[in-house]
Design a protein around this ligand. Structure first.
Ligand code: HEM
Length: 136
């Protein structure tokens, strides 16, 4: 049995494709930017609701990915301030994720006011996050 498992593992290892290159926060934010831009247009067009729902789900995934990084500049802070800022970054990103859930739910329910509210919240969080964490 053990021999079989070892062999199966070897076969698996030989056929595993090379993983894609590691991403960084900038790459994730670029994807968030493009997805958000498309969403802003799709939500204005009632024939694009399915695409908007898919876009909101995609944005949710990118925001989850953004929570696996910290902004580079925080590494330059003294250790105690660094952790305080890291936790503030994480909280802001998790709040952003909740807003993407609000957006997808409102789109799915056909709640136009909810869609507008969620988009406004996303834009507000983007400015707040960039003011605090993004270097010019
Ligand atoms: C819907 C919301 C958001 C969108 C659409 C968005 C989009 C973007 C875009 C387009 C960039 C520039 C990427 C480039 O250099 O090409 C960027 C950078 C950045 N954003 Fe956001 N963002 C959002 C929310 C946030 C939030 C909430 C935070 C922080 C809590 C944040 C932190 C950052 C940081 C730190 C960078 C610089 C990354 C780097 O260059 O290493 N963003 N974002």
């Amino acid at each position: 049995m053990l021999a079989f498992l070892l062999m199966a593992n070897t076969v698996h290892a030989d056929t595993t494709p090379t993983p894609p290159p590691a991403r960084d926060l900038q790459a994730v934010m670029k994807d968030m930017g493009a997805t958000y831009k498309a969403l802003a247009a799709q939500t204005k067009d009632s024939t694009q609701t399915a695409a908007a729902i898919a876009g909101a789900a995609k944005l949710n995934g990118f925001v989850a990915e953004a929570a696996t990084f910290y902004p580079d500049q925080l590494a330059l802070l003294p250790a105690d301030q660094q952790r305080v800022q890291q936790l503030q970054y994480l909280r802001a990103i998790l709040n952003l994720r909740l807003a993407t859930i609000d957006l997808e739910e409102a789109l799915t329910a056909g709640n136009a006011q909810g869609v507008q509210d969620a988009l406004a919240k996303l834009a507000q969080m983007r400015s707040g996050g960039h003011d605090q964490f993004k270097q010019d």
